[in-house]
Design a protein around this ligand. Structure first.
Ligand SMILES: [Fe+2]
Ligand SMILES: [Fe+2]
Length: 169
């Protein structure tokens, strides 16, 4: 069944939001790396590539259902932060925003009777449980550990151990 037009438009916007996320996290990676937080930079490298994967899964869903994706222009990027804590706060807020936009995709799908998109959209939504939980967990640690240099080094080392798992979408 060809994808509903309104849902297609909303999913193209989500495709853009995922690439915006990938670039935002790449920008954060650059900040971390430049400021010698190699562990946090490593964490962001994996996060950024997962976001590109999300974008491509959305692209493929639209194309597989006979829709077309007109590639949108990406948003201008933030490049400067006052410190590590500000970045981790922004990561959580960003993921919460993404969750809200996936929620509204499901509302659009329901309103237009596009049930074929449901399994995929619910997988995207489920992925957000992990995304928010991880961001919250890092922010909780960062709030305590960023108060001292040794704390920051500890957090940087922990985040440097992140393994790439790949997206299960
Ligand atoms: Fe994502
Ligand atoms: Fe994400």
């Amino acid at each position: 069944m060809v994808i509903n037009g309104k849902l297609r438009a909303a999913m193209v916007a989500q495709f853009k939001a995922e690439f915006d996320s990938a670039l935002l996290y790449m920008s954060m990676r650059s900040w971390f790396e430049y400021n010698k937080y190699s562990g946090m930079a490593h964490w962001m490298r994996i996060q950024s590539s997962e976001e590109s994967e999300h974008a491509m899964k959305i692209f493929e869903h639209i194309m597989n259902r006979g829709g077309r994706v007109i590639i949108p222009t990406l948003a201008p990027l933030k490049t400067e932060w006052s410190g590590t804590l500000e970045i981790w706060k922004e990561v959580l807020a960003h993921e919460q925003k993404i969750t809200a936009s996936i929620n509204s995709l499901i509302t659009v799908a329901d309103a237009n009777g596009d049930r074929m998109s449901n399994p995929f959209l619910y997988r995207l939504l489920e992925e957000q449980i992990e995304e928010e939980k991880t961001a919250e967990c890092i922010l909780d640690k960062a709030e305590v550990l960023s108060k001292t240099d040794i704390g920051l080094i500890t957090l940087d080392r922990q985040l440097g151990e992140r393994m790439a798992t790949g997206s299960y979408l």
